[in-house]
Design a protein around this ligand. Structure first.
Ligand code: G4P
Length: 280
């Protein structure tokens, strides 16, 4: 059965974005590079339609470099403009500005043909909560905190943030809610803190992550577990979780251990890990 969470929010976000689309030249969608499919809302492509569409694979510093490259290639082959980014540590936004201008080339050419010089391109950032939209906006805006007013007769009370380039950003990012087609999507989002932990039990999410790590990042799991390779291989997952709980001196508090594991995973302490790979 398809589980649909936050349908109210999702519909509201869709309507709001559709409303603003005519004001925008480029849509910049931010996704979490560790879960590039699960952190997208499938509606976005329908909403964006023919508008130039950039996808930022953000938090690239935490993701598996091999996997990000595969995702980048896949999304590019789907006709998207794609950029890998670590918005937290990287202050150089030149590649993103360049990509925005490349995506808006048709529009820029059209305006220049009408006599405009260096025309302003208007963009909006969209994405699920916690994927890094605000961080990227702050990076793009830098010290140019000035908010510019409306485009007369066209905008409906929108404010635009100036940047050092001829690019302006809608002051509020569009929040898209993820869509849970299956439980695995929900687990991935919960594992990385994109949805409230209370939606799931932490130990269920931790077991999901451990199963994935055992298959895909075995060495990282062994190192984190403080157990031997043999133990990690042989123990059924719930027993493995209990053994780790004991090793970490948490007695039988496997819930505490589960939260600790998830917390460390989110911070990149288990290494650069993707919870989602491009399907072959
Ligand atoms: P949002 O607007 O899409 O909701 O996301 P926001 O920019 O607020 O970023 C959410 C968290 O992710 C922030 O951490 C931010 O510093 C971090 N973040 C954003 N981009 C990157 C990135 O490229 N790499 C890394 N490692 N972190 C990034 P926070 O304020 O500490 O929040 P939290 O960690 O407590 O959730």
């Amino acid at each position: 059965m398809a589980i649909q969470w936050y349908p109210g929010h999702m519909n509201k976000a869709r309507v709001q974005l559709e409303d603003k689309l005519s004001l925008l030249d480029v849509i910049v969608e931010v996704v979490d590079a560790r879960i590039p499919a699960s952190s997208r809302n499938p509606l976005i492509s329908d909403i964006v339609g023919d508008k130039p569409h950039i996808i930022i694979l953000n938090k690239a510093d935490l993701a598996d470099p091999n996997e990000i490259n595969k995702w980048e290639a896949k999304l590019k082959s789907d006709g998207k403009f794609v950029l890998k980014l670590d918005a937290q540590h990287n202050t150089n936004m030149t590649p993103l500005f360049k990509l925005i201008k490349l995506a808006a080339k048709e529009r820029i050419d059209k305006l220049e043909a009408k006599g405009a010089s260096n025309p302003t391109i208007r963009i909006c950032l969209v994405g699920i909560p916690n994927c890094g939209k605000s961080t990227i906006i702050n990076r793009l805006v830098g010290r140019n905190v000035a908010i510019v007013g409306d485009r007369p007769g066209v905008t409906k009370g929108q404010s635009w943030l100036k940047t050092s380039e001829s690019v302006q950003i809608l002051d509020t990012p569009g929040i898209l809610w993820p869509k849970f087609e299956d439980q695995a999507v929900g687990f991935r989002l919960a594992a990385l803190g994109s949805i409230k932990e209370s939606v799931f039990h932490a130990d269920d999410v931790a077991l999901f992550v451990m199963e994935y790590l055992k298959e895909n990042y075995f060495k990282s799991l062994v190192k984190f577990s403080r157990l031997t390779e043999q133990e990690v291989t042989d123990l059924p997952l719930p027993e493995l979780l209990l053994a780790m709980t004991e090793k970490y001196g948490m007695r039988d508090d496997y819930e505490k251990m589960s939260l600790f594991l998830l917390n460390q995973l989110r911070k990149g302490r288990l290494g650069r890990i993707n919870l989602e790979k491009v399907e072959a």
